[in-house]
Design a protein around this ligand. Structure first.
Ligand code: FES
Length: 571
C-alpha cells in the first residue's frame, strides 16, 4: 500500500510541526500510530439526525460501513453534514438543498480524505450530498438508508401516498380526528424513508442506475439485516475504489445519465428527479437538458408496480429482484458499457439479474402502463418548460381545456380553496402562482393542491392543476409542475387571470394560455414584481443566485467543480 499516492498523506504523512498537529489531535480518539501510515482514509459523510427521521438509524448503519472499511485495510472517519428532514424542516427542505451541498463539498475538500461514502436517505439528503461530492470528484460511493416497511392499517398495507387520501377523507368528515391519529403510527412503523416510489426511493434508484452504488443498494428495507450487509460491503468497496482511483467523473458520464433517465421512466419515479439530476449533471459537467428527459423516457413503459403510479411498495421491488432486475428488462435500451462503482459495467451487473415476481416487475412487452416517464410541456405558459408525470395523472385530463381559477399565492389558496363561494367546477384548471424557486422562496411541494372541498364531496378526485412549484414524489394527479420562467421573475404564469382559458395537450407536449400576445403585453406592463422580503442571511443569498427549475435550481456560482486539491496550510 506504500506505493499509493494518497491525498491524506498530505496531512498525516507530514514531518515536523504540521504532521505532529494533524496526527496528535486524531490520536486523542485512541487511534494507534499505524493508522496514519498510508492507509486510504475514508470519509463517511453522515446525515444522521433526529429531525431527519428517515435517517435516524444512520449512526448504527455507519458502524457497518466502518467495519467494512477496516476489514479492507482503510481508515474510516465519520463526519456530520447538514441533514434535511423533509417532514419537519420549514419552509421547505428544497430551500436548503444547495446550502447542504456547499457543506458537503467544503467538508470533503478541507479534510484528509481519499475516498468518500455518502450516507443518503430522506429526499434532499441524496442530491445535496451527490452534488457536493461531485464538485470535489474523489472516489465516492453512495449508501442509501433504505425504505420503511410498508405500513399496516386495519388489515391493509399503507404508505405515504395514503396521506393524501386520508387528508381528503378527513376534510370531508369521513375520517375522525382519532382515526387520523391512529393511522399515523400504522404508516410509520419502522426505520427508513417513505415506503413508496416517492422522492427518496426515486433518489435511491437514481444513484443506483447512475452507477455510484453497489448493485441492489436502492430498495433493501432499512429494517432488513441485509441493509447492514450492504453498508459493510460498501465500506469494503470504497477502499478498492481509492486504489483504482475510480473517481465520480469516471462513472458519471453522459451514458450513465441516459441510463438513469430511462430507468426512472420504467419505475414511475418522482418529478423531483428532473430538478435534482439536472443539478448533479451541472456539477459534474455533463450537458443535460429538460428535453433529454422527455426524449429518453418516451419509449420506456412503466414496469415497476410500486405506488403511487402502481400498487405495491418499494420493499416489494427488492423481494422481486430489485433494480438490477428492472434494468435487466431494459437491457436493449441501456448503455451496457457504462462503468459502475462495483468496477463492473452495467451489462455485467445485470447479466444474471432475475425477476422473481411478475406482479411487481413486468416485461417491456407486457408493461403495467404504456405511458410513463416524465413529459416536458412547452407553450406560451411555460416558455422554458414544465413537467408532468403521466403515470400518476388521469387519462381523461391529458387533453383538456378549462377555465382558470387563479390563486395569487399559497396563502390565497389556503384562504379560499374550501370556500362555498369559490366559482369552480371539475372542468376548471386550478392555477397557483409564486411557489417557484425564487417566489416562495424554495419551490415547495404544493403543486398537487388538495381539491376544493365541494368538489371532493361530489366525488371528484382529480383536476388539472398548474404551478411553478413541485409535487411530493408520493403525490399524484394531473399536475403540471416546475413552470419556467416562474411567476416571481415575470413569467407568463404571473399574468394568468380568473376566467382565462388554458389548454393542456400532453400528446403535443403543449401548455397554452388562450390570451393574445397584445393582451399579455398589456398585463406585463401592469405587473408589479413581488417584494420577496429577505434582506439578509442565507435566504437573500438563495434568492440572488438560484437558477430556474429547467436548469436544476442550483446556485449559478456552484455549477461545475473545483476538484480535490488540498487547501493552504493554516499553521
Ligand atoms: Fe423522508 Fe419521505 S419524508 S423520505
Amino acid at each position: 500500500m506504500a506505493e499509493l499516492n494518497l491525498r491524506s498523506q498530505q496531512w498525516f504523512g507530514k514531518t515536523g510541526k504540521d504532521g505532529f498537529i494533524y496526527r496528535a489531535w486524531m490520536k486523542n480518539q485512541g487511534f494507534p500510530h499505524h493508522e496514519f501510515t498510508g492507509k486510504p482514509v475514508i470519509g463517511i459523510c453522515n446525515t444522521w439526525s433526529e429531525v431527519t427521521p428517515c435517517n435516524a438509524h444512520f449512526r448504527e448503519l455507519a458502524e457497518s460501513v466502518k467495519r467494512g472499511v477496516w476489514e479492507a485495510g482503510g481508515f474510516p472517519l465519520e463526519f456530520p453534514v447538514m441533514s434535511l428532514g423533509e417532514t419537519v424542516i420549514k419552509p421547505t427542505a428544497m430551500l436548503f438543498r444547495n446550502l447542504a451541498s456547499m457543506d458537503v463539498e467544503e467538508s470533503i475538500r478541507g479534510n484528509p480524505f481519499d475516498g468518500i461514502v455518502l450516507m443518503c436517505g430522506c429526499d434532499k439528503t441524496t442530491p445535496s450530498l451527490v452534488m457536493g461530492a461531485a464538485s470535489v470528484d474523489l472516489p465516492t460511493i453512495v449508501l442509501s438508508g433504505g425504505p420503511m416497511l410498508a405500513g399496516q392499517y386495519r388489515g391493509r398495507k399503507i404508505g405515504t401516498s395514503d396521506i393524501w387520501r386520508f387528508a381528503e377523507e378527513f376534510k370531508t368528515g369521513a375520517l375522525s380526528q382519532e382515526e387520523f391519529i391512529f393511522a399515523e403510527a400504522c404508516m410509520a412503523r419502522s426505520a427508513g424513508h417513505c415506503a413508496v416510489m416517492g422522492t427518496a426511493s426515486t433518489m435511491a434508484s437514481m444513484v443506483e442506475s447512475l452507477g455510484i452504488t453497489l448493485p441492489n443498494n436502492a430498495s433493501i428495507p432499512a429494517a432488513d439485516s441485509r441493509r447492514k450487509v450492504m453498508a459493510h460491503l460498501t465500506g469494503n468497496r470504497i477502499v478498492e475504489m481509492v486504489k483504482e482511483d475510480l473517481t465520480m467523473s469516471k462513472i458519471l458520464t453522459r451514458e450513465a445519465f441516459e441510463n438513469c433517465i430511462m430507468t426512472n421512466a420504467a419505475i414511475g419515479g418522482s418529478t423531483n428527479f428532473v430538478i435534482h439530476l439536472l443539478a448533479i449533471a451541472g456539477r459534474i459537467g455533463v450537458d443535460l437538458n429538460l428535453e433529454d428527459f422527455d426524449r429518453l423516457s418516451a419509449h420506456i413503459p412503466f414496469i415497476a408496480n410500486v405506488q403511487p403510479s402502481g400498487e405495491h411498495f418499494f420493499e416489494d421491488l427488492y423481494y422481486a429482484g430489485g433494480l438490477p432486475a428492472v434494468m435487466k428488462e431494459l437491457e436493449k435500451f441501456l448503455h451496457l458499457d457504462a462503468l459502475m462503482a462495483s468496477g463492473l459495467s452495467m451489462g455485467q451487473v445485470i447479466e444474471n439479474a432475475q425477476c422473481y415476481d411478475r406482479e411487481i416487475i413486468a416485461t417491456v412487452d407486457a408493461p403495467f402502463k404504456p405511458n410513463t416517464g416524465l413529459v416536458v410541456l412547452k407553450g406560451n405558459l411555460a416558455e422554458n418548460g414544465a413537467v408532468l408525470k403521466p403515470s400518476a395523472a388521469s387519462e381523461h385530463l391529458m387533453q383538456h381545456t378549462g377555465r382558470a381559477v387563479v390563486f395569487e399565492d399559497i396563502d390565497d389558496m389556503k384562504a379560499r380553496i374550501d370556500s362555498p363561494d369559490l366559482d369552480v367546477d371539475e372542468t376548471c384548471v386550478l392555477v397557483l402562482k409564486y411557489v417557484g424557486p425564487r417566489g416562495y422562496p424554495g419551490m415547495p411541494e404544493t403543486g398537487n393542491m388538495i381539491l376544493p372541498k365541494k368538489l371532493l364531496e361530489k366525488g371528484i378526485h382529480d383536476m388539472v392543476r398548474i404551478s411553478d412549484g413541485r409535487m411530493s414524489g408520493t403525490g399524484f394527479g394531473t399536475v403540471v409542475l416546475h413552470i419556467s420562467p416562474e411567476a416571481a421573475i415575470g413569467g407568463t404564469l404571473a399574468l394568468v387571470q380568473n376566467g382565462d382559458q388554458i389548454t393542456l395537450d400532453v400528446a403535443n407536449r403543449s401548455l397554452h394560455l388562450h390570451v393574445s400576445d397584445e393582451e399579455l403585453a398589456v398585463r406585463k406592463q401592469a405587473w408589479i414584481p413581488p417584494n420577496l422580503g429577505y434582506d439578509r442571511g442565507y435566504v437573500k443569498l438563495y434568492i440572488s443566485h438560484v437558477e430556474q427549475a429547467h436548469e436544476g435550481a442550483d446556485f449559478d456560482f456552484l455549477k461545475g467543480k473545483s476538484g480535490a486539491a488540498k487547501l493552504r496550510e493554516s499553521h
